[in-house]
Design a protein around this ligand. Structure first.
Ligand SMILES: Cc1cc2nc3c(=O)[nH]c(=O)nc-3n(C[C@H](O)[C@H](O)[C@H](O)COP(=O)(O)OP(=O)(O)OC[C@H]3O[C@@H](n4cnc5c(N)ncnc54)[C@H](O)[C@@H]3O)c2cc1C
Length: 297
């Protein structure tokens, strides 16, 4: 097969403020460029042909990771490496450190952004599943202000999100709850590669004091690269609530997640292998998330 290796003609503007970016984005066929690690290759292959690129790399006000009350707030321009190196994110949500350790390679991580990962809406994007598991909220900014969209409703399908003309993703907010543990487990063919399959788990445990048995109060399960609707294993999550955290419930949740996802056979493996991975990785992620939850007050 023969592909073009040069993008078609495109206008370029470097945004000097969020307001400037939003006004440029109100023009038709205009796209944000953040790290460019996904968009530029797609333009070279002419899978994307925007008329104008709005470069947001100068917008330092969108690059932060901070704890604010009971929310972890991550600016859309935070780089993968920033999330990997953030002590506050790692302490509250080890799932993000687990995931970032296996996103691509250090070069991509240094420049690729959290916002670009979510907006790319590639079914294999690791952070989409991690944020879905954590029940995060996307803050979408337009000229009329912000609107909040749960990450679980942010993706409309492969390479499609709810972001409209004149808008950009400004921030991702993750609710912080006590008694929570989280983990991300990925299988790739080689270091730095996209997932064959991956699973993120966020567990909130209660009880375990005196004679009260410990139970799962809430469970978030995100699946990567296996055709899960909105990256979520909803049936397995529902099963887990009220269960004791242990090997039996984790294995049962894995079987449910594997049954309800929709992997397709490709160069990374056949469908039944991917389902097998979902079952196994779900149990592993739940086990690690529960261990981490128990270590916390
Ligand atoms: C070799 C290689 C290996 C990779 N491996 C992995 C992997 O294993 N796992 C994984 O998850 N990812 C992987 N990636 C993808 C990488 O994580 C993403 O390409 C990158 O993080 C996307 O972010 P970006 O900032 O580069 O986005 P860009 O390429 O700049 O943009 C991607 C899309 O998002 C839009 N966009 C960006 N920011 C915003 C915003 N704030 N608001 C609205 N729209 C926005 C752009 O318009 C574009 O449509 C890999 C990439 C490469 C090149």
């Amino acid at each position: 097969m023969h592909y073009m290796q040069v993008p078609s003609q495109v206008e370029y503007e470097r945004a000097t403020s969020v307001e400037h970016a939003l006004s440029l984005l109100s023009r038709p066929d205009t796209r944000v460029v953040a790290g460019g690690h996904s968009l530029i290759p797609m333009m070279k292959l002419r899978l994307a042909q925007p008329e104008m690129l709005v470069d947001i790399n100068g917008l330092a006000e969108l690059a932060y990771i901070k704890l604010d009350g009971d929310q972890l707030r991550i600016g859309a321009l935070a780089r993968h490496a920033d999330l990997l190196n953030s002590a506050v994110a790692g302490e509250r949500f080890p799932i993000f450190h687990d995931a970032e350790r296996v996103v691509a390679d250090p070069i991509v991580r240094l420049w690729g952004t959290v916002g670009g990962s979510l907006c790319q809406a590639d079914p294999s994007e690791d952070l989409s599943a991690a944020f879905a598991a954590a029940r995060a909220t996307a803050v979408i900014r337009g000229q009329d202000g912000d609107r909040m969209v749960p990450v679980r409703e942010f993706h409309l399908g492969p390479y499609e999100t709810v972001i409209g003309r004149g808008e950009l993703l400004a921030e991702v907010r993750v609710p912080v709850r006590p008694g929570t543990g989280s983990a991300y487990e990925k299988v790739a063919r080689r270091v730095g590669d996209w997932s064959v399959a991956a699973v993120g788990a966020v567990l909130c445990l209660s009880g375990g004091l005196g004679r009260n048995p410990q139970v799962i109060e809430s469970a978030g399960l995100g699946l990567t690269a296996v055709g899960a609707e909105h990256f979520v294993a909803a049936e397995a999550e529902a099963f887990l609530v009220g269960q004791p955290p242990g090997e039996d419930s984790f294995a049962a949740a894995g079987a449910i997640a594997a049954e309800h996802c929709h992997p397709v056979a490709d160069q990374r493996g056949p469908e039944d292998y991917k389902r097998h991975l979902v079952a196994e990785l779900t149990a592993r992620a739940l086990r690690r998330a529960a261990d981490r939850a128990r270590l916390k007050p």
